[in-house]
Design a protein around this ligand. Structure first.
Ligand SMILES: Cc1cc2nc3c(=O)[nH]c(=O)nc-3n(C[C@H](O)[C@H](O)[C@H](O)COP(=O)(O)O)c2cc1C
Length: 208
């Protein structure tokens, strides 16, 4: 007799297993730079167009119900988040055929304990991004890296890198809902998880 569930993952028809799977995927994404969830795409509001860009997933905290990324306090996305702190972050793993859309409220951490801790744990190579002289997105009449000429080729020493700390910002997403989509030839699966005060209050299937 043919078993219809033979090539289907455990989570195919199980909302609780989906919750476990999605946090596992996020944790792997944070920890493994080659995993497909290592970066996602964050969408913010601005007054003209929807605004979207790639960021690296830097922190995943299941008990706090947050995920976070790092950015420059001078960037456009921060300006947009200060106007409206609602944002969504999208991930897709081509191999696993899983898409996650995480929506929530952004909490901006700059020059506080959380950002200090994240900065101290960052590699020098990552810190260098934050010493660009002008704000990211500043227009220029010639091609530019944003670094002073003496810092273009090399990794500056820690004293110079430390100047970037004032710009370094951790954006925490306090999750309100997670939408899951799994593609399968026998029928896709879509589910919605809603959180309130860090607690998962609703799990439901959606038509894909
Ligand atoms: C693979 C990849 C990873 C990126 N990671 C980050 C990141 O973690 N933080 C960040 O601020 N920008 C990151 N960027 C650059 C952003 O996508 C974006 O261009 C930049 O932050 C300016 O966005 P904004 O002007 O909308 O603020 C990354 C870009 C790529 C292609």
């Amino acid at each position: 007799m043919v078993n219809p569930n033979k090539d289907k993952p455990d989570f195919y028809n199980d909302l609780d297993k989906i919750v476990d799977a999605l946090w596992d995927l996020l944790l792997i994404g944070k920890n493994k730079s080659k995993s497909e969830f290592h970066q996602g795409y964050i969408a913010t509001y601005n007054n003209n167009y929807p605004s979207i860009r790639t960021v690296v997933l830097r922190h995943v905290n299941k008990s706090k119900n947050t995920i976070s990324f790092h950015t420059d306090i001078r960037s456009k996305k921060i300006e947009e988040l200060k106007d409206n702190n609602k944002l969504s972050m999208l991930f897709y793993d081509h191999g696993k055929k899983i898409q996650l859309k995480i929506s929530g409220d952004a909490v901006i951490h700059n020059e506080n304990d959380l950002s200090r801790n994240a900065w101290d744990q960052s590699r020098s190579f990552s810190k260098k991004c934050y010493i660009v002289e002008n704000a990211p997105g500043t227009s220029s009449d010639k091609p530019v890296s944003g670094y002073l000429p003496e810092h273009e080729q090399d990794l500056p020493n820690e004293d110079v890198l430390e100047k970037g700390y004032a710009n370094f910002t951790l954006v925490e997403i306090q999750i309100s809902n997670i939408e899951w989509l799994y593609l399968h030839r026998d029928g896709h699966r879509r589910a919605l998880f809603t959180f309130e005060n860090n607690v998962l209050i609703k799990k439901s299937w959606l038509t894909p």
